[in-house]
Design a protein around this ligand. Structure first.
Ligand SMILES: [Zn+2]
Ligand SMILES: [Zn+2]
Length: 445
C-alpha cells in the first residue's frame, strides 16, 4: 500500500504521534493533498497532541517553567536584576493563545528544556503513584485527569520556586499571592498536594540516606534536585545545590491564600489536599496477610520493597544488640544500603536483601510468603527473624572469609556494642545460649 492510500484515521493517528512541530510542518508539506486535508479536518486536536508529546499533559505550566529557566539565565548573563521582566513571564503564560504556545514550542532551546523536565516529572509521577495511588505498579497508574492535575501542580510549584529564587524585594510575597489569586481553590490545592509529597519524600530520603533518623533535612523544592537526591541517595549535596534559599515566601503565600481567602484551617486543608490529585486509591482496604490489619497503601510487597529503604531503621532490622555492634553495622550498611538507586533501576541490593530474606533458612521462624503483602510492623518482625541469618550467610560467602568462634551471648551480647576487640574476635550472628534480650524486645515479647 502506498502512503497516499492510507485511510484518514491512520494518517490522523500518525499526525497525533509526531514528536515536535518542525516534523509536523515537514509532514504537512510532503503530501498537501492527503495529509494536509486530514490535518485541516481538526487542526486543534493535532496541535494539542503534538504539544502534549513535548510537554506532557500540563502544557502551559510546563512551558512556564522552561521559559522562566531560560529568562533567568538571560538575566544572569546581562547581570541585571530587573525583576519586572520575570514577573511578566508567569502572567504571560496564563494566556491560552495557541500562537504564543506554538511559537514557544517551536523554539529548540525551549523544547530541549521541556523534554528534560518532562522526564523528571514523569519519574516523580511514577513514585507519587506508587506511594499514593497503586502500590502494585512501578509505573504510574494515575488516570488521565489525575496525571494532568499532578503535572499542573508540580510545574506550578516549580515555577513559583524559580520565581522566588530569581526575584527579590518586599513585594515578592504579594506578587506570588496575586498569582495564586488567579487560580481556583482546587488548583491551589494541587500545588499544596505536590508540596506535601515533596515533604514526605524529604522524610523518606532522610531515613533512606542514614540507617536511623537524623536531624530532618531541609526541603528540596525543585523537582530536578529532588529526583537527583533520590537517585543518588545523597541528600546533603542536593540540599547545598538546590536549597540555598528555601522557598519560604512561596509557602507563606500558599498558607495565607488557603487560610485567609479560602478559610481552610490546618485540618480542613489537609483533608482537601489529600483529595486534590487522586480520585481513587487502588486497594485502600487491603489487609496485612499476617495480622489482618487494614493498611491499604501502607502494605509492603514485591513491587515496593525497594521503597522500604526510607521506612526502616536498623533497630527494626537487626535483632538484639546487633544494631549497635559497630563492626556488623558498618559492614551491613555498606553491603545493603549504599549505592542503591530506587528509580534508576541499578543496584538492587536493597530489594534483593528483602527478597532473599524470604528464602533464608527458616528454621525456628514463622513461614513467610514473599508473594503476599505485609504491614510495616509485621515486616519488622519478619526482618528480626531473618535479617541476621541472611547477613551471616552473605559474610560466609565473601572471598577471604575467616570463621571465628560464636560468642555465648550471641546477638544478645552487650559487650559487642562497646568493645571493638570483642566485637571483632567473636561471631555475634548466632542464637544466644545465655543472656537477656534487648529491653525493646523484652517489652514486645
Ligand atoms: Zn501486619
Ligand atoms: Zn559477645
Amino acid at each position: 500500500m502506498k502512503f497516499e492510500d492510507l485511510p484518514s484515521d491512520i494518517v490522523d493517528r500518525i499526525l497525533m504521534s509526531i514528536p515536535d512541530f518542525t516534523t509536523l510542518s515537514a509532514a504537512l508539506l510532503t503530501s498537501k493533498a492527503h495529509v494536509y486535508n486530514v490535518y485541516q479536518a481538526h487542526p486543534k486536536s493535532v496541535f494539542h497532541a503534538v504539544a502534549y508529546n513535548i510537554t506532557g499533559p500540563a502544557i502551559r505550566q510546563a512551558l512556564c517553567v522552561a521559559k522562566m529557566a531560560e529568562e533567568a539565565e538571560a538575566l544572569y548573563d546581562e547581570e541585571s536584576d530587573d525583576s519586572d521582566e520575570q514577573a511578566t513571564v508567569i502572567v504571560e503564560l496564563l494566556s491560552d493563545d495557541e500562537q504564543v504556545i506554538e511559537k514557544l514550542l517551536s523554539d529548540k532551546n525551549v523544547t530541549s528544556v521541556l523534554r528534560k523536565n518532562a522526564k523528571i516529572v514523569n519519574k516523580l509521577e511514577d513514585l507519587f503513584s506508587r506511594r499514593n495511588k497503586d502500590r502494585t505498579s512501578t509505573k504510574t497508574a494515575l488516570t488521565e485527569a489525575e496525571s494532568k492535575r499532578f503535572h499542573r501542580g508540580i510545574y506550578r510549584l516549580w515555577a513559583l520556586v524559580l520565581f522566588q529564587e530569581h526575584n527579590y524585594g518586599d513585594t515578592l510575597e504579594e506578587k506570588i499571592t496575586d498569582y495564586l489569586e488567579n487560580l481556583s481553590l482546587s488548583e491551589i490545592l494541587e500545588i499544596d498536594r505536590v508540596r506535601d509529597f515533596f515533604d514526605d519524600t524529604r522524610l523518606w530520603l532522610n531515613l533512606a540516606c542514614h540507617d536511623s533518623p537524623t536531624e530532618p533535612s531541609q526541603f528540596i523544592p525543585c523537582p530536578n534536585g529532588l529526583l537527583s537526591a533520590i537517585e543518588e541517595l545523597d541528600i546533603i549535596r542536593f540540599i547545598e545545590e538546590y536549597s540555598i534559599n528555601p522557598p519560604q515566601k512561596v509557602f507563606n503565600s500558599l498558607s495565607k491564600t488557603l487560610i485567609t481567602r479560602h478559610q481552610l484551617d490546618d485540618k480542613k486543608r489537609a483533608e482537601q489536599r489529600a483529595k486534590a490529585i487522586i480520585d481513587n486509591v487502588e486497594g485502600p482496604n487491603d489487609i496485612c496477610h499476617r495480622c489482618n490489619a487494614v493498611k491499604g497503601l501502607q502494605l509492603w510487597g514485591p513491587t515496593n520493597w525497594d521503597l522500604l529503604r526510607g521506612h526502616l531503621e536498623l533497630k527494626n532490622v537487626f535483632l538484639g544488640y546487633l544494631r549497635t555492634n559497630p563492626i556488623e553495622r558498618a559492614a551491613f550498611r555498606q553491603y545493603v544500603f549504599d549505592n542503591y538507586h530506587p528509580l534508576r533501576g541499578v543496584g538492587h541490593q536493597f530489594s534483593d536483601f528483602i527478597e532473599q530474606c524470604f528464602d533464608t533458612d527458616a528454621e525456628n521462624t514463622e513461614n513467610w510468603d514473599k508473594t503476599k503483602w505485609h504491614c510495616l510492623d509485621c515486616v519488622h518482625i519478619f526482618l528480626k527473624q531473618r535479617a541476621w541469618k541472611w547477613w551471616y550467610q552473605q559474610k560466609q560467602e565473601q572471598p577471604g572469609y575467616q570463621a571465628v568462634d560464636d560468642c555465648w551471648y550471641g546477638y544478645n551480647c552487650r559487650t559487642q556494642t562497646h568493645k571493638w576487640a570483642h566485637a571483632q574476635k567473636l561471631n555475634h550472628l548466632c542464637v544466644p545460649t545465655r543472656g537477656d534480650p534487648h529491653p525493646d524486645e523484652q517489652a514486645a515479647a
